[in-house]
Design a protein around this ligand. Structure first.
Ligand code: ATP
Length: 197
């Protein structure tokens, strides 16, 4: 997945609509303390489906909405739009626009290329694209030390993510759940049929 553009509105300190172009290659975000560097990285994770308030440095999911300052009122919603291209499939790249929006008291919703989708669909898109909210391609402050100190199993997860097979694990879990549900249904059916004999 190649991220091209990021648009933020009402997300944490990005109260005004802001748009960033992300050029090919390595991108670094620099700036004084408290200017919003980590908020930017969190915006990318959030639009990719991050669901843990803790990893967004908040107490609840609504904490990503601009909370207001002494001179500005709080916002009622936050929205992040990520535009990019998928890795080539048969030599063709697909344009992708993913939108996540949260409104106070109404929860968050996703759209992909204008269509309403579930959080699970978004997670799968990014897992297949070898990116995602926990991708090793997103390096936050302090992450480099964590990569060096990672256990072999954690390193393996990073390599699998980079190799683009993380999506297969999600699908396997899904398939296993369906298999268990079918086995339970079959057992019930056998009980019912035995009762009919
Ligand atoms: P450092 O280099 O110190 O780690 P940083 O550049 O990574 O800083 P961030 O941590 O991204 O900065 O941004 C912190 C700023 O974002 C703080 O001023 C904080 O008040 C503001 N902020 C975070 N969440 C919200 C919110 N929901 N509403 C308004 N402002 C917020």
């Amino acid at each position: 997945m190649r991220i091209r553009r990021l648009k933020l509105s009402g997300f944490k300190s990005f109260v005004e609509p802001s748009e960033l172009r992300i050029e090919p290659g390595l991108t670094g975000v620099v700036g004084p303390n408290g200017c919003g560097k980590s908020n930017l990285l969190e915006a990318i994770r959030w639009v990719m489906g991050e669901s843990s308030p803790k990893s967004m440095r908040g107490g609840g999911m609504e904490d990503v909405i601009f909370a207001g300052t002494s001179s500005r009122p709080p916002r009622s919603f936050a929205e992040v739009v990520l535009t990019g291209e998928t890795a080539p499939i048969d030599g063709k790249r697909e344009e992708l626009e993913v939108v996540r929006r949260i409104e106070r008291g109404a929860g968050s919703a996703y759209r992909v290329n204008g269509r309403d989708v579930r959080a699970k669909d978004v997670a799968l898109i990014f897992a297949d694209a070898a990116t995602g909210a926990h991708s090793p391609a997103l390096v936050s402050q302090g992450k480099i030390a964590a990569v060096i100190a990672a256990k072999p199993t954690e390193r393996r997860a990073m390599l699998e993510e980079a190799a683009g097979i993380a999506g297969l694990h999600v699908r396997r879990k899904d398939a296993e759940q369906k298999l268990r549900a079918t086995e339970t249904n079959l057992a019930r059916l056998e009980d019912i049929m035995a009762g009919l004999d």
